[in-house]
Structure formats: C-alpha cells, structure tokens
Ligand binder design. Structure first.
Ligand code: TGC
Ligand code: FAD
Length: 388
C-alpha cells in the first residue's frame, strides 16, 4: 500500500517517469555514499567540500536541465528531484548546484554570446570551473532595481565599481556573473577570478549554510572588454529570469530537507521510550507526524504540477512564487517540529533536523524573501503592487 511510505502517501511517485526516477535514485545513491557520512562535520567546521565539485560534474547535475555545451538536458522534473535529493543531505549542497546550474550557467546559456558559452559552459558543467551570481548588494537586497554597482563605458571597455553581498560560491568561483546599472539600463558582465580590481571576502560566523561558501565581491575600477557583457541581457528582467530557474529547483529542494527531518523524527519516535512506551504512540506525537507528512506530500504534489507546467513551457513567475513560498515555509515548519520530537537530542548535530532548520532560514530569505513572494501573489490577486 502506498501508505507504507510516509513520503509518498498519495502514490505520487507513480506519476514520475521511469527515467526521472532512475536519475533521482542515482543522485541519492551517490550522496549516501560520498556526502551524507561527512555532512555534519563539514557543517560544524564550516567546510565547503570543493573536491566534490568534479564528482558532481560527473554525476551530471551541474546545469542538468540545460541543453548542449556538455549539459545533460534532462526534464524539469528530473532537475527538481535531483535538487530534492541534494537538499535532503544539506541545503548548502543544493545551493552550490542551484547557483552553478540555474544562476551562473543559466545566465550564460540564456543571455551569453556563443564565445561566452563555448568558453564557460562545458567547464562549468564538468565541475572544472565554479560560477557565482552577484545580484544582492550590501544596501539593496529585495530591491535590486535600485542597485548601486555601476558600469560605465570607457572607449570600447567598461569600468565596473561597487560591491555584491551574500554571494554563494563567491570566494571559490572562477567566474562571476555580475549585474550592474549602466546608462543603458541593467546589464550583466562575466568577471573572471583574478581580474585586476576584483576581490572577494568570505562571510564568517554563519549559523546557517555552514557547508557552503558565502562571500562579498568588491569591484574597484575593474576594466572589462565589451565581450565580457552578456549581450542578450537588457533589463532587470534578465537576472529575474535566472531567479525563476533557481526558485524552481528550490521548491523541490526544500522538500528534501523536510523529508530527511521527518525520517529522523519517525525513527526516533519509534525507538524512544518514555512512560513505558514509544513516544510514537502518543497522540500529540502522532498529530505532529501526520501534519508533517500531509504537508510534505501536498508540497510534492504542488512541485510535480509546477514541473509539468514548466515542461509545457507555460509556467508563470507568480506560480513559481506560490511553490517557493509554500514549500520552503512547510519545510522549515517540519524541520523545527521534528526537532521537538527529538527532545534534547534534537540540538545535537548528530541528528539532521536542526541543521536543516538553520539552513532553511537562509532558504526562506534568499531567492526572494517570504514577504516578497507573498507580495508577488498579492499583486497577481489584486493587480496592485505593494512593493513600493
Ligand atoms: P518589476 O518592475 O516588477 O520588473 C522589472 C522587469 O523584470 C520583469 N520581471 C520578471 N522577469 C522574469 N521573471 C520574473 N520573476 C520577473 N519579475 C519581474 C518585469 O516584467 C519587468 O520587465 P521589463 O521588461 O518591463 O523591464 O520589478 P520591481 O523592481 O518592482 O521588483 C519586483 C520584485 C520585488 C519581485 C523583484 O525585484 C524581486 O524578485 N526581488 C527579490 C530579489 C531576489 O530574489 N534576489 C535574489 C538574489 S540571488 C539569490 O538569492 C541566490 S541564493 C541561491 C542559492 O544559494 O541557492
Ligand atoms: P532586505 O531586502 O533588506 O529585507 C529585510 C526584511 O524586509 C525582509 O524580511 C524582507 O522580506 C522585508 N522587506 C523588504 N522589502 C519589503 C517590502 N517591499 N514589503 C515587505 N517587506 C519587505 N544573493 C545573490 O545575489 N547571489 C547569491 O548567490 C546569494 N546567496 C545567498 C546565500 C545566503 C546563505 C543568503 C542568506 C543570502 C544570499 N543572497 C544571494 C542574498 C539574498 O538574495 C538576499 O538576502 C535576499 O534577496 C533579501 O535581501 P536582504 O537580505 O538585503 O534583505
């Protein structure tokens, strides 16, 4: 009976194609063997496992939903399910893959010149190079339209000045996609590591996403040829178009963190004895478990529906906002609730739920905060923008 699987109470997996299920199983098996055993240590020591990057390339998950240039060209569903498995281990790992594939690679794939694609995409897909995506600034997060980073023409070159903040992969990236305002509007530039005037500083003392690199990027009179500009990116719509891709992966990914938390709580509730019986037998525990299972299963239904819309080429940004809003909120609630079931043990890194919950605090904020996605849905409902 499908009810034997707490993560598939509705028998949703029967709607997923065999090839997609195979991809999901392959990613899961790789992660179980090579990543899961180390993740708590990496989180504790704030280590990003850089040596894993070429392995992820071989696994085919870097830019996996893109076509050509060494990318796997999988369906949106397969990409989502891979994100789910990555985030079931750690949101930091899924962040790496989101930024590499959906932000750095997608920006080049969608808006780059043929030369830029040839130069970067095969190496990024293979994990021989790392990319990052700089949109957020110290003083402009939710409102990137007001960005201060500026690129000014100087003959046939551009001079770039400014700073980007909270940039995933920043300190380890070989190339940064950087968004800047110009006299002609917002434009994107590819800035390779080592370009004079371009420096990075990693952000320390994070309580979330500890197994991921998050950095500040600084640009002091960085001279770039016009060939570094992404020629097809002509407004704020370009970076926001990249965000749609990453947000889609996140709405699947977050459910992975939720699933892994619930798995830990179910196991614990079954073996922990208080008042002479397993705590899984108490009604209050069962209520928590049932609510969480319902929430994750309906989140999965929503995700697969959105994947179908994406595959049909008719998903709308507002629909992605609904998915990101619902599923990240659900996963964070689940991770916190699972922590309560584990009692004091729940605060130890030996168990995953609180690590997931701490990571999900970032996921709730990045790629559009909970409030921003709420306002996107509000605008769709009322026709009125409440942003400004
Ligand atoms: P607005 O006037 O609404 O739009 C400006 C132009 O953009 C178009 N547009 C979109 N295009 C594609 N996809 C979308 N989702 C789009 N939303 C808007 C729009 O049609 C317009 O086009 P055009 O051609 O007329 O110029 O812009 P606004 O300034 O009012 O802002 C709207 C708002 C608030 C929704 C937007 O600024 C926003 O989404 N803010 C949140 C910023 C954000 O999400 N930042 C994320 C940074 S990257 C990151 O967090 C990576 S973490 C990754 C990881 O580690 O996994
Ligand atoms: P603010 O925009 O200052 O918001 C602060 C609070 O005010 C929030 O609660 C927000 O919802 C609320 N608020 C703002 N405007 C409104 C409004 N109009 N109505 C109601 N409430 C509002 N960015 C990148 O560009 N690239 C990356 O790779 C990247 N990686 C990240 C990794 C991590 C771990 C984190 C934590 C962030 C990352 N970010 C990245 C940045 C992220 O996208 C921003 O943090 C996010 O967009 C919010 O911006 P902010 O932090 O400046 O918050």
């Amino acid at each position: 009976s499908p009810l034997n699987d707490p993560f598939d109470l509705l028998d949703i997996s029967s709607q997923v194609g065999e090839e997609e299920r195979d991809i999901q199983a392959t990613v899961r098996a790789f992660l179980d063997d090579h990543v899961r055993p180390h993740i708590a240590d990496w989180f504790e020591t704030a280590t990003f496992p850089r040596e894993l990057v070429p392995e992820l390339g071989k696994l085919g998950v870097l830019g996996m939903h893109l076509t050509g240039y060494g990318c796997a060209g999988t369906s949106a569903t397969a990409y989502g399910l891979a994100c789910l498995e990555l985030e079931a281990v750690d949101s930091g790992l899924r962040s790496f893959v989101s930024v590499q594939g959906s932000l750095a690679m997608y920006s080049i794939w969608r808006y780059g010149s043929e030369e830029q694609k040839q130069e970067w995409l095969p190496r990024l897909a293979a994990g021989e190079a790392i990319g990052c995506f700089g949109l957020t600034e110290p003083d402009h997060g939710s409102d990137p339209a007001n960005m201060s980073t500026r690129a000014v023409r100087d003959g046939s070159d551009w001079i770039l000045n400014g700073a980007k903040m909270w940039i995933t992969n920043g300190g380890v990236a070989d190339v940064a996609t950087v968004w800047a305002s110009t006299e002609e509007g917002i434009r994107g530039f590819l800035v390779p590591r080592g370009t004079p005037g371009f420096t990075t500083h990693d952000i320390k003392q994070k309580l979330s996403m500890r197994a991921s690199v998050t950095s500040e990027l600084s640009f002091a009179d960085v001279r770039l040829p016009d060939s570094a500009r992404l020629p097809e990116a002509r407004s704020l719509g370009a970076p926001l178009g990249c965000l749609n891709e990453a947000r889609f992966g996140i709405l699947f990914g977050a459910l992975g963190a939720g699933r892994d938390s619930l798995q830990a709580a179910l196991r614990y509730a079954d073996s922990r004895i208080q008042f002479d019986r397993p705590i899984s037998g108490f009604q209050l525990t069962q209520r928590k478990l049932a609510d969480m299972a319902v929430s994750l299963n309906t989140g999965m239904l929503l995700s697969l529906h959105l994947a179908k819309l994406k595959e049909a080429g008719r998903i709308r940004p507002e629909q992605i906002s609904i998915g990101k809003l619902n599923n990240v909120r659900a996963a964070l609630d689940v991770a916190r609730e699972c922590r309560t079931i584990l009692g004091a043990n729940g605060i130890s890194l030996e168990y995953a739920p609180l690590r997931h919950a701490n990571n999900l605090e970032s996921v709730l904020t990045y790629e559009g905060t909970e409030e921003i996605h709420t306002l996107v849905v509000g605008q769709a409902l009322t026709g009125q923008s409440a942003f400004r």
